[in-house]
Design a protein around this ligand. Structure first.
Ligand code: MIG
Length: 750
């Protein structure tokens, strides 16, 4: 390994340790965040995820022993030994993480003959384990649990599985055996008995996390290139660890209020009349809805930044008609730019040298929807600015949001070769490094374009991304299917995205591929009505998924839960506001707030919305009852007002029209009367839904559209409730037209 420690140097917040064969750099970012950089590749790596210098001055000590150096802040102690072995302790001296001193048990049984037979039958052979050029192996305890990692499939606790970071668009139904999906967020939360910490490996090369799959004795991280660049994030609680991670990579900014309403999408609505019929359908059925999405068909031959007037009429007529119905249109934009002489994007791209090149330096061509296509080199700011400026045509004609797809990047003639030339700003590099950053930089371009052109809070949805993309874009989980297993998976998937910084995330409601049934549609609306991004989307050739396709009962159930969503909108908006400061998500796994309760460490069938609402949807076909676990505290059934002690399982009757919801004792939850769409009327009345017990809540109000809140144009209300139920209101900040009335609605037993 690294050999013996020779010496060390100290410079401000940086300690460089020289081993015989390697140097290791420790950077003290904060008392509770230390970066450990082993610069195999590049010492002054500029992060894509962490955009500014986040270090704050803090005191620390360095102690030198024989064969060991100890660096100690108030909250973390890092011990480095000869050969580079590292152990990490928290402020109280508890061991958090220890390098595994043994060697990996590589491979298992290798039998070429048997493997050949399996392969002949069509089985996909798993990669044989091997040592990665960048690798670190840590000791594992039997009780360790893992969370985070973005959009990975499977369950909330990642223990026992292996995941890969290589943004992938795979057409098969996603199951828990899938190593990779569309996003790479190499942030792992390690929950130990009585301790928790986070590890952020800031490396965009292909990498893996093996979390006790290979061995019960260790877990490991391996990457195909780059540095071993790890931020150790301490904290007393999982909440603090999530906050620490988002302190580094940024929090989700405040969205426009309408983006929290219901959104309807389908690939594809084929004409203006098709779109308008759907919009009118929502109004006729009196189901609130705020947005409608235009998938790839609206373009001329899938050429980005064009408009197919033949089928969709003049753009401003369509957007005007949708607007008069209260709908905000959102358009898809893919990165693949048609390779075609005289197409303006091609001509400009070639002239400006904006497209990626092959290893020989020739324009790189692969195929996507428009046929042969070129790929913008989004890592360069010049290219991002060019791309951003082209949104002008859409935005000035009434398009209100941009949906970025296919930006893994996906391509039809095989994946882009690893040696395709790309840039990270001015530094020339290859696809191998930039693959996992491609969606990130595309989303950033889109965000900056919308912000500059419209002045509104940009509404961007991206499929592929990296750590930190939450600053620019909401995400959806890509091509799920109308399967009960995918409804089930939505809960842990969105919860883990939330723990990974992505407060604004959602899954295609009803499922994208395959045909949805009435029962699945109803249960999906229920399970998703508290998900931050609430969008119904389906694929070409599948059964249509507007609620009225499934008959009257589905329409009624949808209306009930979409109205509920619009009722709880101010609570959700408050959670977004709080999240801009704390980095905490809207939709949360129970383990985030009850981390030492073993019952919730792998709880996949229920979730919290903030801290005050517990949602336990039915996600199994044919079930009409739900076994609900209530964690510590006192909980009230939202529908009946019935009171329950926590730390027990209860059985809730949940026929098709019932979503089990529980409100914590001591809650003040701001609500609005539902509207058909945001902007239909100004909210003049705020209703405070309360449960017994002392409570307080900060409620945030602004115009829900632009950045004027940054100039102080907002109100911040502080509500306090005493034991007797009296509520007092204090204004923490007042610079926006407030409500005409604030009413109190105690949750009563019915
Ligand atoms: O696979 O643009 O995930 O939401 O409707 C086809 C068509 C490409 C994939 C996206 C999906 C979208 C579809 N796209």
């Amino acid at each position: 390994m690294y050999g013996n420690i020779l010496s060390y140097e100290q410079n401000d917040n940086q300690i460089t340790i020289y081993f015989e064969k390697q140097k290791v750099i420790l950077q003290i970012i904060r008392e509770d965040i230390v970066r450990v950089l082993v610069p195999y590749w590049m010492e002054d790596y500029q992060s894509a995820a962490i955009e500014e210098d986040k270090s704050v001055p803090c005191t620390y000590t360095v102690e030198e022993y024989e064969n060991m150096i100890t660096v100690k802040t108030g909250k973390l102690t890092i011990k480095l030994e000869d050969d580079g072995y590292m152990d990490v302790y928290d402020g109280s001296g508890k061991l958090l993480m220890s390098d595994y001193r043994g060697i990996r048990t590589l491979g298992g049984e290798v039998n070429d003959e048997a493997n050949a037979l399996l392969a002949a039958e069509g089985h996909v052979m798993e990669n044989m384990a091997y040592n990665y050029p960048v690798q670190t192996v840590k000791a594992l305890d039997t009780t360790d649990c893992f969370y985070g990692l973005g959009d990975k499939t499977g369950f909330i606790n990642k223990r026992g599985y292996e995941y890969e970071n290589w943004n992938s668009d795979l057409p098969q139904a996603h199951t828990e055996s899938f190593p990779a999906l569309y996003k790479s967020i190499p942030f792992l939360i390690c929950k130990k008995k009585n301790a928790v910490f986070g590890l952020f490996f800031d490396n965009s090369f292909r990498s893996i996390f093996n979390l006790g799959k290979e061995s019960e004795d260790y877990f490991f991280y391996g990457a195909e290139g780059g540095n071993l660049d790890c931020y150790i994030i301490g904290g007393n609680t999982m909440v603090e660890v999530v906050s620490g991670y988002t302190y580094l990579t940024g929090t989700t900014p405040l969205p426009q209020r309408w983006t929290l309403g219901l959104q309807q999408s389908r690939w594809g609505y084929e004409s203006a009349s098709d779109l308008l019929e759907v919009a009118r359908g929502y109004r006729n059925h009196r189901i609130p809805c705020d947005a409608i999405h235009l998938d790839i068909d609206y373009m001329q031959g899938f050429r980005v930044f064009t408009w197919n007037e033949k089928q969709y009429g003049p753009i401003e007529r369509l957007t005007g008609d949708l607007k008069s119905l209260g709908f905000k249109p959102v358009c898809i934009i893919d990165p693949g730019t048609k390779y075609e002489k005289e197409y303006f994007m091609y001509e400009e791209g070639v002239l400006g040298d904006y497209f990626v090149k092959d290893a020989e330096g020739k324009l790189y061509v692969n195929a996507v929807w428009p046929g042969d296509a070129n790929f913008p080199d989004f890592g360069r700011s010049e290219v991002r600015e060019w791309w951003a400026s082209h949104h002008e045509g859409l935005l000035s004609n009434g398009i209100m949001g941009i949906w970025n797809d296919m930006n893994e990047p996906a391509s039809f003639h095989g994946e882009l070769p690893e040696d395709v030339q790309m840039h990270f700003e001015e530094r020339q590099t290859t696809h191998e490094e930039m693959h996992n950053l491609y969606g990130h930089f595309m989303a950033k371009a889109t965000y900056e374009g919308i912000k500059e052109i419209s002045g509104r809070r940009p509404f961007v949805i991206t499929r592929a991304c990296y750590a930190g993309t939450q600053k620019y874009s909401t995400v959806w989980t890509g091509d799920n299917q109308s399967l009960w297993s995918h409804l089930q998976m939505m809960i842990p998937q969105l919860c883990n995205l939330g723990l990974s910084g992505f407060a604004f995330c959602g899954a295609d409601v009803g499922g994208f591929g395959a045909d949805c049934t009435k029962e699945l549609m109803c249960r999906w609306i229920e399970a998703a009505c508290f998900s931050p991004l609430f969008r119904n989307h389906s694929a070409r050739g599948t059964k249509r998924q507007e609620p009225w396709q499934f008959g009257e009962e589905c329409v009624d159930i949808t209306r009930k839960y979409v109205e509920l969503r619009y009722r709880f909108l101010p609570y959700i908006y408050d959670l977004f506001y709080q999240g801009t400061k704390t980095g905490l998500p809207v939709m949360r796994p129970l383990v985030l707030h009850y981390e030492d309760d073993p019952e919730v460490q792998n709880m996949n069938g229920e979730f919290l919305v903030g801290e005050n609402i517990l949602v336990a949807p039915v996600v199994v076909e044919g079930e009409n009852k739900k076994i609900v676990y209530l964690p510590e505290g006192v909980w009230y059934d939202y529908w009946t007002g019935e009171c329950f002690q926590g730390r027990q399982y209860i059985m809730k009757d949940a026929p098709l029209e019932t979503l089990p919801i529980y409100i914590k004792a001591g809650s003040i939850i701001p609500t609005y009367d539902p509207v058909q769409y945001i902007g239909q009327r100004t909210y003049t009345t705020l209703r405070l839904l309360t449960t017994p017990g002392v409570a307080s809540w900060n409620h945030y109000l602004d115009n829900g559209k632009d950045f004027r809140y940054k100039d102080g144009k907002y109100n911040l209300y502080h509500f306090e409730k005493d034991m007797a139920g009296n509520i007092t209101t204090t204004m923490l900040h007042e610079n926006f037209p407030g409500y005409l009335s604030i009413m109190v609605d105690p949750l009563l037993a019915k």
